[in-house]
Structures are given as C-alpha cells and as structure tokens.
Ligand binder design. Structure first.
Ligand code: ADP
Length: 305
C-alpha cells in the first residue's frame, strides 16, 4: 500500500511509497506486544553543529490486550519528544528511523508506515476538495474496496462519530467546525480498522466543551474497536481521563520519567472530571510536571530534591 493509502497518510503531504512492516514470527504460545520500543534514541543532525538529541534510550512495552486494547497517554512539556515517539511508532520520517534502538509493532519490526497503524493529527487533515464521505472512504478507496461497499461503510462511520450521514456526508471540510473535522479524521482512520491508533494532540485546538465531547466519543469508539491507542496530549486532565496508563515524559534529553496506571475511564468526561480521585491524580501529575520543568530550567539539568 502506498503512503497515500495508508492510515498514517497526511493529506497534502507527499511521501515516498511506504514499505510494510517486516515479517518476524512471534515465539509460539506468546502474544506479541502491541508496541515495543527498545532503547530508542533519536539524534537530529548528528555529527554537525546543529546536533540535537530529541529522545534518548526510550523503552516501553504496551501489551496487546485481547478483545480490549488499552489507551496509553503521553504527557510532558513541549519538546520532550512526545511526537517523536508517536511518529516513530507510525514509521513516519524524519522521526523514523531511530538513530539507535528498535521499534516493534505486533511482533514485527517497524520499517515504515503500515495498515496496522492509523494516525490522527492535531491540524485538521482533511482533503479539502473531497466531501466528508469521500474523506472518510479515502483509505478504503486506496485499498480497492468497491464503491457501493465503501459508501455504505463510510456512512456508517459518519454516523458512529456523531455526524449526520444524510446532512453532513456531502459537505466539504470548509463547511465544518473544528470538532466536526476531527470527527471526520477519526472516522477516516477507524474505517480502516487499524489495531494501533496513534493520536497526536487531536483535540488540542478544540474549545473545552467540544474537547470533553470528543473525549467521550473516543472512549466509546475505543470500546467498539478494541484497539490499542497511543495518545499525545499537553492536558493533564485529558491524560488522566483517557489513560489506562500515563507515560510522563521529561526533557533534555526527551525520556520517559514515569509510567503510571490510571483507573479506566468508565463514566462520561464531565462527571468523571469532577470526582475527588480525579483531582488527586491530576494534582499529583501536575506536581511531577512542575518538577520536570524546574529541572529543565536549571543550567545543569539536575533533578534536585
Ligand atoms: P513534543 O511533541 O514533546 O513537543 P517533539 O517530539 O516534537 O516534542 O520534539 C522533540 C525535540 O526534537 C525538540 O527539541 C524538537 O525541537 C526536536 N525536533 C523535532 N523534530 C526535529 C527535526 N525535524 N529536526 C531537528 N530537531 C527536531
């Protein structure tokens, strides 16, 4: 499949044809991890005066939980390498390939974008000259799904993300609000049924009320599709609400500072986010982020006490 047809395709951004992940049979009787990074370091412009270490020695394993999946959120200050980690998993240049270390998805070494991974970006990446329906069915079209079937499936997805298949299907992106455009992007990604969903601050540009609606939508869809979600956010509340697991990242160099389990999001965002346990978790993470930012501001980068 070409990159344009892959769920990680970015409309309007040209790229080379994407290879699929290399085959590597998992050991018998074990279920390969959904995502595994081993000792991943990314250095830009290595060996030049512009050398910059984006992430150093990042390792984590996200298991492939049968019939369930997991939402893992990545939280941290700007520049700590959240997008680098996500795009590394997506197999997207220039973040991919790593300078050293390896990235495995579902037991296979990542060598580029692939149909097992779908990505939703923060900027509303719709194809402006395509209707909502044609945007949602874009990947299916690239996969050669016959027109009638892809339009039926496309309309189903439009409805599942909370848009109106009759009223909205033939609109163009410029006729939609930011929240509606992100619904289209989510529908386009999920229509391809990726096992791994990569979301890079997808709700970062939305107003607070729309953001809560979109969080509810994501949890509902995630329960239906049973995928593993890696979700990058700046928002502590969003990380705690959505995350079954929160990776807190620190800067200079970008690295995983903590890996925390959270209670599952089992109620609506508006109700959950006023509960005492929720505030407690948010305060704890906020304090950790403040420590990380203070350490980054110290000239020697030490963590202090
Ligand atoms: P975050 O998503 O946490 O804001 P990024 O992953 O975007 O962080 O970036 C991590 C670090 O790598 C930052 O210091 C950033 O400036 C640097 N970086 C990202 N992309 C490039 C690039 N293409 N060339 C050079 N440096 C980059």
């Amino acid at each position: 499949m070409s990159e344009a047809g892959s769920p990680t395709a970015e409309p309007g951004r040209e790229g080379p044809p994407a290879p699929v992940a290399a085959a590597a049979a998992p050991p018998e009787g074990t279920r390969p991890a959904a995502v595994e990074l081993r000792g991943v370091t990314k250095i830009y412009h290595a060996g030049t005066p512009r050398e910059a270490v984006a992430i150093r020695d990042v390792s984590f394993t996200i298991p492939d939980l049968p019939d369930r999946g997991e939402i893992c959120t990545f939280l941290g200050p700007s520049g700590c390498g959240k997008s680098t980690v996500l795009r590394m998993v997506a197999g997207l240049a220039p973040q991919f390939p790593p300078t050293s270390g390896s990235v495995h998805v579902l037991g296979r070494e990542v060598i580029g974008p692939g149909a097992d991974r779908g990505m939703v970006f923060q900027d509303y990446t719709s194809f402006d000259n395509r209707t909502v329906l044609a945007n949602v069915t874009f990947g299916l079209e690239c996969e050669g799904v016959p027109r009638h079937r892809r339009e039926v499936e496309g309309r189903e997805w439009i409805e599942r993300v909370g848009l109106d298949p009759t009223r909205d299907a033939l609109k163009y992106p410029h006729e939609l609000s930011g929240g509606m455009r992100q619904r289209v992007a989510i529908a386009r990604t999920l229509a391809l049924k990726p096992r791994i969903i990569l979301m890079d601050e997808p709700f970062g540009a939305l107003d607070p009320a729309t953001r809560l609606d979109m969080q509810d939508l994501l949890v509902r869809l995630w329960r239906e599709v049973e995928a593993t979600v890696l979700f990058v956010t700046h928002s502590v509340e969003e990380a705690v609400y959505l995350g079954d697991r929160v990776f807190v990242m620190a800067t200079t160099p970008g690295r995983i500072a903590s890996d925390l389990r959270m209670p599952a999001a089992d109620g609506p965002a508006r109700e959950t986010q006023i509960e005492p346990w929720f505030h407690e978790q948010v305060n704890k993470l906020q304090a950790e982020l403040e420590r990380i930012e203070a350490a980054a501001a110290r000239p020697d980068g030490t963590r202090g006490r």
